[in-house]
Design a protein around this ligand. Structure first.
Ligand code: ADP
Ligand code: MG
Length: 582
């Protein structure tokens, strides 16, 4: 489908509005173009017939003109109000489509693209598109009708004079087109630069705590001022071009009037033009100047809207890499037997992060992954809920390849507690209920109790209704972690992934949370990654992952007896060298 067709698609729900808008545009232009003609007809016909006839017909003429003006008023009102409403509705539809699509896109998309750019896409592009959507068609229609209509009617009065005016008009249009090419390039550049500015702001504000803790305000200032100045530079060039553009346009407007006066004078002297015709020409020039401006501005509007729409389409048409395959079945009555068979994986690069991994986990068992930071533990876990797909081998749950089941049921079966906890803007209650949006208050409290956070919550002034703000800054790391655990209690998945869930916590909070994590993993298949080896001693099986893949495997006791890598790590930690492993 061409980009134009894709654009048209958004008009479809508002077809009636669109057609009526066009109809009104037609009426407005017709009335405007008819006006000088009426003057022509009155001065040459009626007004030449003497005082008595003039006086008799004047009230009728006034009444007719008034009706015309009222109709014009109605149409203009519709174009301005409902035209904008139509544009706003289309914009809202597109915004929703874009947002929904951003929700569908896979992790790999977000690895490659930054959210600052996406925000700028959401806001400014859609506004430009909406402007184009409603002003575009009506402006083009009105302007073309006025220009073409005026020239046709001028031809009826005097062909040579009209041709001279047409020539000047064409030169003016050629000038504008040329300037416009330059505008187009500079607008694209403007866009790129502002997106750069936005993403810097977003990045710096999202990391404001890091900035301040390192006292790096000056460094951030440098980085920001660089992109800010680049944007300023780009804007300055665009204003210089715009300046010569606008000034040139008004110069040509003056030139058109001058041409009417000079050539009109010559034709009157020759006797081929009547004095009243000069007034009619002046009126027509007045009518065409504005539409020419509008048409030229339309190219600007078009450029912005078109590039905005292209970027919009680019995002909306980015295929999510991870989707349900046709005929995917629901994962039902999950027991929680997990198997990794010859699994290999790489993130878009040549080097495999995982190679030939074989792991089998029986339902209800707990396995622990240990190994150096960057060894691929998190990556291994993210293959289970299909945040990424394996590049070789397969991951199965109860014998079903995870790629054969629906994402919805797959992800419902898996609960994850990570080191970073995200709190959505809203109350504590809403944040816990994120694990099960239709949960009752009783269930939410139950989950909070299980997560050992209930007592803390009821101690707050507003209890469960306490607002935790955009990033949950009013909670400590341990409290946020317990809310995250409460979420998973509510979700009640068969399979649990604990990815360094307590790594960011001090020993005291860790002990608190350890207990709720143990309750949480009861009767669930659990994969736990922890850097404090003391917390995984009781795992049914411990798997050591290193650069060479799985290096050791067995129970704590077996691995200690084997006296290999695990035993070495374990002894080191007990000598207090906690930092070797992460
Ligand atoms: P671990 O959890 O054991 O510390 P990870 O699974 O996070 O290790 O990372 C394994 C390797 O994959 C590392 O080399 C890391 O740089 C790389 N990696 C992790 N996430 C991504 C990603 N989203 N895109 C590209 N490479 C990644
Ligand atoms: Mg990790």
């Amino acid at each position: 489908m061409s980009i134009f067709r894709k654009f048209i698609k958004y008009y479809e729900p508002y077809r009636a509005l669109f057609y009526f808008d066009m109809f009104c545009a037609l009426i407005v232009s017709a009335i405007d173009v008819a006006f000088p003609q009426i003057l022509n007809w009155l001065t040459k016909g009626l007004f030449a017939q003497g005082a008595q006839i003039i006086m008799k017909s004047l009230p009728w003429i006034a009444a007719a003109l008034l009706v015309m003006e009222l109709v014009r008023y109605g149409c203009q009102y519709f174009i301005t109000s409902w035209g904008h409403v139509m544009g706003a509705r289309m914009e809202s539809d597109m915004r929703q489509d874009l947002f929904d699509h951003l929700q569908r896109l896979s992790f790999s998309y977000y690895d490659k693209n930054n959210t600052g750019e996406m925000m700028s896409k959401l806001v400014s592009d859609l506004f430009d598109i909406s402007e184009l959507a409603h002003h575009g068609p009506e402006n083009v229609l009105i302007s073309l009708l006025k220009i073409v209509g005026s020239f046709v009617l001028m031809m009826l009065i005097n062909v040579p004079m009209t041709l001279i005016l047409l020539a000047v008009t064409l030169i003016m249009i050629a000038f504008s087109i040329e300037k416009n090419k330059k505008m187009r390039a500079i607008f694209m550049d403007n866009r790129k630069k502002i997106a750069g500015v936005n993403s810097r702001v977003q990045d710096s504000l999202a990391g404001i705590r890091v900035v301040k803790s390192f006292g790096n305000e000056a460094l951030e200032h440098e980085k920001f001022s660089d992109s800010n100045l680049k944007f300023l530079d780009s804007k300055e060039s665009s204003y210089r071009i715009m300046g010569s553009f606008r000034a040139g346009t008004s110069f040509f407007e003056g030139l058109l009037f001058l041409t009417v006066l000079v050539s009109g004078g010559l034709f009157i002297a020759q006797g081929t033009l009547q004095l009243t015709d000069l007034a009619v020409y002046a009126l027509y020039i007045n009518i065409i100047i504005n539409p020419i401006d509008i048409l030229i501005e339309f190219t600007e509007l078009f450029q912005k809207g078109y590039s905005g729409f292209r970027r919009f389409i680019e995002v909306v048409e980015t295929k999510p890499e991870i989707v349900d395959k046709p005929g995917a079945v629901d994962l039902k009555d999950v027991k929680g037997n997990i198997e990794y068979k010859n699994v290999s994986f790489s993130y878009d690069t040549a080097n495999n992060v995982l190679e030939n991994i074989n792991i089998q986990i029986d339902a209800g068992k707990t396995i622990a992954l240990v190994g150096p930071s960057g060894g691929g533990k998190t990556t291994l876990c993210s293959l289970l809920p299909r945040f990424y797909d394996v590049t070789g081998g397969s991951v199965t749950i109860d014998g079903h390849d995870v790629r054969d089941v629906t994402l919805k049921t797959l992800r419902k079966a898996i609960g994850i507690v990570q080191q970073d906890v995200y709190m959505f803007a809203g109350s504590i209650k809403e944040n816990i209920a994120y694990g099960k949006p239709d949960a009752t208050d009783k269930e939410i409290i139950e989950a909070a109790k299980n997560a050992n956070i209930h007592d803390f919550i009821v101690g707050l002034d507003e209890g469960y209704d306490t607002y935790v703000g955009e990033r949950g800054t009013r909670l400590s790391g341990g409290q946020k972690q317990r809310i995250a655990i409460a979420r998973v209690f509510l979700k009640n998945p068969r399979i649990l992934i604990l990815d360094e869930a307590t790594s960011a916590l001090d020993n005291e909070s860790e002990r608190h949370i350890q207990k709720s994590l143990e309750t949480l993993s009861k009767n669930r298949t659990t994969v736990v990654i922890a850097h404090r080896l003391s917390t995984i001693r009781n795992a049914d099986e411990i798997i050591v992952i290193g650069d060479e893949g799985i290096e050791e495997q067995g129970s704590h006791q077996e691995l200690i007896e084997k006296n290999g890598i695990y035993a070495k790590y374990y002894n080191m930690q007990f000598e207090g060298l906690d930092t070797i492993m992460q």
